[in-house]
Design a protein around this ligand. Sequence first.
Ligand code: NAP
Length: 482
Amino acid sequence: MRDIPLLIGGKEIHEGSDGVGESRDPSTGKVIGRFVRAGENEVNAAVEAARKAFDQGPWAKLRPFERGRILHKIGELILERRDAIAKLEAQDSGKPLRDAYWEVDCAARFFEYYAGVADKQHGSSIPLGPDWSDWTVKDAIGVSLHIIPWNYPFQLIARGVAPALTAGCSVIIKPATETPLSAYEFVKICQEAGLPDGQVNLINGRGSLIGDALASHKGIDQITFTGSVPTGERVLKAAASHAIPCNMELGGKSPQILFGDADLDKAIPLVAGGFLTHAGQVCNAGTRLLVERSAHDRVVEKLHAHIRAMNIGSAVDDPDMGPVINQSHRDSIASYYDVAAKDGEILWGADLPKAPELSDGAFVRPALVVGASNLTRIAREEIFGPILTVIPFDTEEEAIRIANDSDFGLVAGVHTTNINRALGVGQHLRAGQVWVNSFGVGLDVEFPFGGYKLSGFGREKGLEALGAYQQIKNICIHHPLR
Ligand code: NAP
């Protein structure tokens, strides 16, 4: 049992204005942690601490290479504690242990990567003629608020906070109430690595209460929000009330296009992993499979065999698939079994697991849906669960049209052995990332990630992420010779 305080200005706060919340292990339903819930007082205190750290603190005075060393140290400490953090994350979020290890390793990669970038944030020199000197500098934007969802909390905190610190910002982290535990480990590591007090602050609490108070607070200069579209829209309205920029990382209904010439032995595990990882609770889950008609029946048969062979179990036992986040989300996914049965035909799934050892957890079974058109609810709505809709197509043009016919545009996959087809189709897909003969990231933090359309705007990861945390200042000097 863990007791999680708030961490504001380097100090632990053990009482909050909104009492105490509980965190449960979705595999067992048991309470594994309690956390202090902040209210408006603590929101104000966190903003004040972050503001003070930014305006007066030593972080801004450090030379960039010195900041880089501290960022690198954070990555090292994360790796030193990977066993403990991975186990905690598996218990708190329900992801199988191997995915939790990936999450921790990926968090460390963000700090390694941005540590190396800290002293390479060059501006540019702009020629205006002999009597002028003109150059740009990259200023930190200020206090950066990070609102985090429950699916990959540790990794998503690192994804935004590492570039924000690199740019020189101070940070406030607001984790999801479902998964508050690993954020505390993260901030403790930051303190131990030598980050000044107030540079990173942790504020737990109900999003409906403190989310809006944080997002509309005049002391916040920028928001990185990762979560659902409806909440994202609320955050955008709050941000608009004081005209600050936001990075919006929202949902998806990503297509995977599988051509008849694909190597099925390689493609099937990728397609399956694309919609089954963390029980489908992944923003970039590939939940629409567009299959060339000639390969449709073969592909469906193989996928069917794949999911029937999966074992479902408690996250810490590292099964093929763990639980979903809670009973209410389980019920929401189960309601889509009925939607699927109306929109098409369910080949596997459509009920909840019956094993007695799973009865206290929030478990679902994966489902394969055929015969539903791309216009149906099952093919259009983000379910955030392990349900794959398989849609046949006849030509490249039709595959592109169906893939792009979505409110979302986060990622897309293409499976083919024809390089011309891969390049051509990839160019026409309206998505922030296109994967060919692969799907989803490993430890690749180097390239940009973000959505088109309702999937959001702004880019995380890679050098592109830094721009969200910087202001470009131009300095121009007129110095004619006398
Ligand atoms: P959510 O319900 O939108 O919650 C996200 C965060 O917003 C939580 O910390 C939540 O706090 C907070 N929040 C709730 N109401 C708020 C308000 N009025 N103002 C400010 N913050 C508020 O999303 P979720 O269910 O945790 O996560 C699933 C969604 O995230 C999916 O749509 C998924 O696709 C998306 N996602 C996107 C990415 C990406 O990179 N594009 C990555 C991961 C997940 P509470 O928990 O306290 O309510």
